[in-house]
Design a protein around this ligand. Structure first.
Ligand code: SF4
Length: 948
């Protein structure tokens, strides 16, 4: 447990747990009078990103109102610290514009007229529609589409209990390229770097301020740095992270793979690799490259083959591609080799999510770990599966029998996640329809590329029969729903979460603060919405009740999974769901609770988090037990199998568990890629991005050196697109913003509400001498947007940049929705598929129960850029490749700030051009997807085969 006081200090930096029931502070509003305020402190976890940091809600004991949120010192991952978004939860729960009651649309979809309805009506309406679809064999027409999950496993369990393949996520606009790169090496699709113990840290995006594991990672990167680690950051933009680094490498976007492979070449050529590690833990015996086959060859000859293969990645070549000096590349390669097993790195979004082939930098980065033997080590690269703990609940349904091609279509057999951002195009192509659609903390109209195609899909009742937006806030997507269903923020719901944030395993428990406190005082609640503001509910209870509404008498076999494990035939409660998990599935928790005279559920309600273990390194070297080995056999490649399934591998005469890959080793050679029609990428390679300079030239009719139409689509500019060709970086975020949910966090919006176009002074000169504040028009392949320029040296020349998370809009002026963050706009379809948005009014002060809304001093809501981007599905990972080739020019006399135009006919054509790059299933044996690869809500094995 964390110490509460700094050594030698009389000041507590976090209240000690003994005082959480009556914590006394002086009322700052009463100053200079010294008036005491008494608080009860209740732990929960933040819901504003996936890091799941521990919060403490400060509840005024006189009024019962939550007054603020601070860090929970007992949370093992966040250790009492938060980023600005955690404390801003207070704004979200007290926001006067939030959705408080279930709403039902009146009039046509998207007209913006709503009336209040009841939860019973919602449950009955959806229960009947879903029951009918499942009974008629149309279960795949029921789709749950999640933006911010904020929980582990409960939805997978729910959908499998319904027997449907209906889970859709946002992951393919977020992280799936990086995931594929890692997965091909070691099955786990995410890294868990041990930054705190590293000697050298290499980051391929802005982790200190906006990475997926933001606050928990940031503090451990600083721990590592304070203990002497060097930090290098590859990012074309001078992020806050780059500004703290020892080395900033402003690579031209998409060329990171060339730099990483050049570093690998230096380590190989200078024989500074860990030969023992590579010999024992890579599948070098399977290598086939450049007419060389490792079969029957020595390890040394394989190393020679690798040296030959990577010979072309000279530091000079990497310099030419990336702009990073060759001598810097050599110096860093040597520093990484010196750090050896204490080399940590992270790649999540950045180059992976921006670029075509963005999964290759993850492959190349892992090659550096394999060469240095820094996999599974203290201070090195660990696997997310080793540091994330997802306990199993009671009674899990068997896998579903069907495969939903709207989620995993044949064209992308190796995609790590659902092809979610192509849904409007799939429906346009007639691949299916949706009967009941749940969007959940998800705003694709605004956060996805090609949002107008989403509007076209959502307003078409033939394509989407019934749509409920489960959301804590109003959103651009909610405007086009049939129902808007208010769901709770961090202090209004139950969830169980864990993340791979350091070298340890932990769980965090989110809980509804008011309900917990009132139940402590003896009140009883059937449902959380009875204790929450208005009728704000939580998803757990919603899904339990909806499952009962689908199968009221239990005859469909669904209800059994939502009945109490303690009271036969009775409806499951959240206390029972989590209580059972804490009693049965979390090692060490029952014992820790017992020591304090608590039940495991009481323990989690009291502390909010529990550390399961710190024994996490080298899990691949875990010996198989005699029982596991009984009736197993050793295959010729050393893999141990039992009943036809791989269970481990022989390494230096020991039977160990290994990795979950086909070879049970780290796969430097991916036979999977070779077998699934991409043999040229079986080794880590450099894939030139769609925004490579040669592609710029190709878009102007004269393809440059390196352009290859087998791998890169040609951009076709709309007729009216003028100006210079640039690469636009649209994927960085301002560190205090939270996608859609910062809209009702006044502290956060006051800090950042503008997203200008970043332009280097060199480019500003080329662009007609533009200055900060000048109005610019940025043309994409399907339309344009208009915004102000910001001339800055914080960006490499040759690229422009614009942050996402800003540019919120609303279509009704005076509706009480997101007024401090959105512009009132005129949204028009001016021709078939041709859409225009013009801002009519920016943000201004307004009357509300919160006096601060009268003090709003900013007028800018930013400009919505994502809606002007076409979809760019990577042909292998399926990831949307976010970087855009754009043409930039001064805005014309008819252009106004915030103007947007898009032609969805063009966006459909771009989709077709990218789809043409794929190499569809079936793969070997008629498979849709390799059986060894993970899949979200995995169906039964028979569903993996294509039968017709
Ligand atoms: S990093 Fe910030 S937003 Fe994310 S969970 Fe932690 S406090 Fe919340």
């Amino acid at each position: 447990m964390t110490d509460f006081k700094r050594e030698g200090s009389h000041l507590a930096y976090c209240p000690p747990v003994e005082k959480w029931d009556d914590w006394v502070e002086l009322d700052p509003e009463a100053w200079p009078r010294r008036i005491e305020k008494h608080y009860q402190l209740v732990p929960t976890i933040c819901f504003n990103c996936e890091s799941a940091c521990g919060l403490l809600a400060y509840v005024d004991k006189n009024t019962g109102r939550i007054e603020k949120f601070e860090g929970n010192p007992l949370h093992p991952s966040s250790r009492g610290r938060l980023c600005p978004k955690g404390p801003a939860t207070i704004n979200q729960i007290h926001d006067p514009d939030r959705v408080l009651y279930p709403m039902k649309r009146m009039g046509p979809r998207g007209a913006g007229k709503w009336t209040r309805t009841s939860w019973d009506e919602v449950l009955e309406t959806f229960g009947i529609r879903i029951r009918k679809a499942i009974q008629e064999g149309r279960g795949e027409e029921v789709m749950y589409h999640v933006g911010r999950p904020g929980h582990d496993f409960i939805m997978e369990r729910t959908l499998q209990a319904w027997g449907i393949d209906g889970h859709n996520s946002h992951t393919n606009v977020c992280s799936s390229s990086a995931r594929l790169g890692y997965l091909l090496w070691h099955y786990a699709d995410r890294p868990s770097p041990d930054h705190a113990n590293a000697r050298f840290i290499l980051l391929l995006s802005a982790h200190l301020e906006s990475g997926h594991y933001f606050n928990p990672h940031a503090q451990r990167i600083i721990d590592g740095k304070m203990a002497g680690a060097k930090l290098a950051v590859m990012d074309p933009r001078l992020s806050n992270t780059a500004s703290m680094a020892d080395y900033w490498l402003p690579t031209y976007p998409g060329t990171e793979g060339a730099v990483l492979l050049a570093m690998a070449k230096v380590i190989l050529d200078e024989n500074r690799f860990d030969a023992t590690f590579m010999r024992n833990w890579t599948n070098w015996e399977e290598l086939e490259v450049d007419s060389f086959s490792a079969r029957g060859q020595s390890f040394e000859s394989v190393i020679e083959a690798l040296k030959k293969h990577y010979a072309r990645f000279t530091p000079e070549f990497a310099e030419k591609e990336s702009g990073v000096k060759a001598e810097v590349i050599v110096r860093l390669a040597r520093e990484i080799a010196t750090a050896g097993s204490r080399f940590a790195s992270h790649l999540w979004r950045g180059s992976a999510s921006g670029n075509l082939g963005g999964w290759q930098p993850a492959r190349a980065l892992m090659l550096l770990h394999v060469l240095t033997g820094s996999v599974g080590t203290e201070g090195g690269h660990n696997l997310n599966a080793w540091n994330k703990f997802v306990p199993k609940p009671f009674k899990v349904a068997p896998p579903q029998k069907r495969w939903n091609e709207l989620l995993y279509p044949k064209e992308w057999p190796l995609c790590t996640h659902e092809m979610s951002f192509l849904l409007p195009h799939f429906l346009k192509e007639g691949r299916g329809r949706i009967e009941a659609y749940f969007t959940r903390v998800f705003n694709p109209v605004w956060t996805y590329p090609d949002g107008f195609s989403w509007i076209e899909m959502l307003r078409d009742e033939e394509k989407v029969g019934l749509h409920a937006a489960l959301t804590p806030t109003w959103s651009e997507t909610a405007w086009f729903a049939d129902y808007v269903l208010p769901m709770g923020f961090a202090s209004e719901r139950h969830d169980l979460m864990s993340q791979e944030s350091y070298a340890g395993k932990w769980i965090g428990f989110r809980q509804p603060v008011n309900r917990v406190l009132r139940e402590r005082a003896g009140e009883k609640f059937e449902y959380t919405h009875q204790a929450n503001p208005g009728e704000v509910w939580e998803e757990d209870e919603f899904w339990i009740n909806l499952s009962w509404a689908i199968d009221p008498d239990g005859r469909m076999g669904i209800r059994q999974y939502f009945e109490s494990p303690y009271r036969s035939g009775e409806k499951l409660t959240v206390d029972e769901y989590y209580g059972w998990i804490f009693e049965n599935s979390v090692p060490g928790l029952p014992e820790a609770a017992k020591k304090q005279g608590l039940t495991p559920l009481q323990y989690m309600r009291k502390y909010g988090a529990f550390e399961v273990t710190r024994d996490v390194y080298k899990q691949n070297e875990k010996a198989l037990s005699a029982a596991e080995l009984s009736v197993s056999k050793v295959e010729t490649n050393g893999v141990l199998t039992k009943e036809g399934k791989a269970i481990g591998v022989m390494v230096e005469g020991r039977a160990v568990v290994g990795y979950n890959t086909p070879s049970r080793k780290l796969e430097i050679f991916s036979k999977t890629l070779a077998d699934w029609k991409w043999p040229e990428f079986a080794l880590p390679e450099y894939y030139r991005s769609h925004i490579h300079r040669s592609a710029h030239a190709a878009s102007l009719g004269h393809p440059g050196e390196g352009f290859d139409p087998r791998y890169m689509p040609v951009v076709e500019w709309p007729k009216e697109a003028g100006g210079e060709v640039y690469t636009l970086l649209p994927i960085f975020r301002l560190p205090n913003l939270i996608h859609t949910r910062s809209g009702n966090a006044k502290y956060l919006y006051e800090i950042s509400h503008k997203n200008p176009l970043w332009v280097n002074p060199v480019d500003a000169k080329k662009l007609d001498g533009i200055r900060t504040g000048d109005l610019m028009k940025v043309h994409t392949e399907i339309g344009y947007f208009v915004l102000h320029a910001w001339v800055t040296e914080g960006l490499a020349p040759g690229v422009v940049a614009c942050s996402h998370h800003l540019g919120r809009w609303r279509i009704n002026k005076d509706e009480q929705v997101e007024r401090m963050s959105s512009a009132w706009v005129d949204l028009k379809e001016v021709g078939k598929g041709q859409w225009k948005i013009r801002q009519l009014e920016g943000v201004s002060p307004y009357e509300s129960p919160d006096p601060d809304t009268k003090r709003v001093w900013w007028s800018d809501a930013g400009v919505h850029q994502d809606i002007t981007f076409p979809v760019h599905p990577d042909p292998i990972s399926g990831m949307h490749c976010w970087h855009q080739m754009v043409r930039v020019e001064r805005a014309g006399p008819g252009d106004r700030y915030g103007d947007i135009f898009v032609d969805t006919n063009l966006s459909f054509a771009v989709y077709q051009r990218w789809k043409a790059l794929t190499r569809p299933a079936p793969g070997p044996g008629g498979l849709r997807r390799p059986l060894w690869m993970p899949r979200v809500v995995r169906p039964e094995e028979a569903a993996f085969y294509i039968h017709d």
